[in-house]
Ligand binder design. Structure first.
Ligand SMILES: [Mg+2]
Length: 110
């Protein structure tokens, strides 16, 4: 199933608040923005650990493809929640930054 950024952001926030019982707001005292940042870093660390093990020869990327994709999804999920906590739209935020970088390198959208 494929989702738009908007659909994903809505479901992700709803699951966090209803499923995990965890408010998504930057002024939430039990879960401030630094916690979202640490969660993103934690998931990125899990991803990097898998990649480290491929470099070490424990397994190939193809053998761990599913797990690697799952860690990438975990990173994206927390990035989206952090964006929600800042009351911003994930799709707009990603495209705004995409456009900034595109302009910087002189690339024009087709
Ligand atoms: Mg993970």
């Amino acid at each position: 199933m494929s989702l738009t950024f908007r659909d994903f952001q809505m479901l992700n926030r709803l699951r966090c608040e209803e499923g995990f019982g965890h408010p998504v707001a930057v002024d939430e005292p039990s879960w401030p923005l630094q916690n979202w940042a640490l969660a993103i870093a934690g998931e990125a660390g899990e991803l990097c650990n898998l990649i480290k093990k491929t470099l070490r020869g424990d397994f190939t990327i193809e053998e761990k493809r599913g797990e690697i994709l799952a860690e990438l999804a975990d990173v994206m999920t927390y990035c989206d929640l952090a964006t929600s906590a800042m009351e911003a739209d994930t799709g707009e935020t990603v495209m705004a930054k995409f456009d900034v970088v595109s302009k910087r390198i002189g690339w024009v959208k087709p």
